[in-house]
Design a protein around this ligand. Sequence first.
Ligand code: AMP
Length: 271
Amino acid sequence: MRIVRTIHEIEYARSQWSGPVGLVPTMGYLHEGHLSLFQTARAENTTVVASIFVNPTQFGPNEDLERYPRNLERDLHMLEAAGVDMVFTPTASEMYPPGFTTYVEPQGSLVEQGEGASRPNHFRGVATVVLKLFQLIQPQRAYFGQKDAQQIAVITRMVRDLNLPVKLRVRPTVREADGLAMSSRNSYLDPATRAAAPILYQALQAGRQAFEAQPTSNPAAVMQAMAEIVAQEPQAHLDYAEVRDAETFLPLERLQAPRSSCSPSAWDQCA
Ligand code: AMP
């Protein structure tokens, strides 16, 4: 496995690849959720490239950029074991040199709510770094986790809007035994908070049950079912529990099946 830190090295490596290339962008501190992306990429491509980059432009001024968990040595072992061919792990100044000016700015309903409401420039940073990685590595396929549903919608829209020649592949959320979605940030949780955290999964399941009980119902019943479960946990403070269209993130008047078998809510059915 090659470890590459500069854009110059990536450009040289790229000229030597033949066959399809799969890219898995990450911020490192890898876990089994990331591993499922590497495994799928390995099965589908000749060359698999992972990036490890804690992207400063997607963090707000009061967010956790400095303390975001990092362990490159452990990550490299995991990547090697997963059969990844190349790891791109640039510095911030390699990706954003002095004078950097040009950003991708997603706009409208897709980024004005959900994560975008509490993190104003988050999706601008995500779209910018993902476009830069697509340009540098020029993959045929790129792999993302369903856990970050709004991120998928933003990147799907960017690929469509900018006619990018890459196919997005989305993998289901990998969870701990008690249902908590695996996340690098779970390392922040103290034992009491960690014990309370699966309430989020329980709320999602309650939302699903409310939907299945009355599949044509108003989404309000599903949102209420989720909010009621979170309210039972004194340590939990709910930012939002909403039902949204998976592509536009607009509110839904009625619950409905995905528009097509390749919509973001049915990603795994996409060929
Ligand atoms: P991150 O390193 O947190 O930026 O995540 C890198 C990629 O891994 C993103 O596409 C995430 O959606 C995906 N990912 C993170 N956690 C999980 C998980 N528990 N299951 C599946 N994919 C995940």
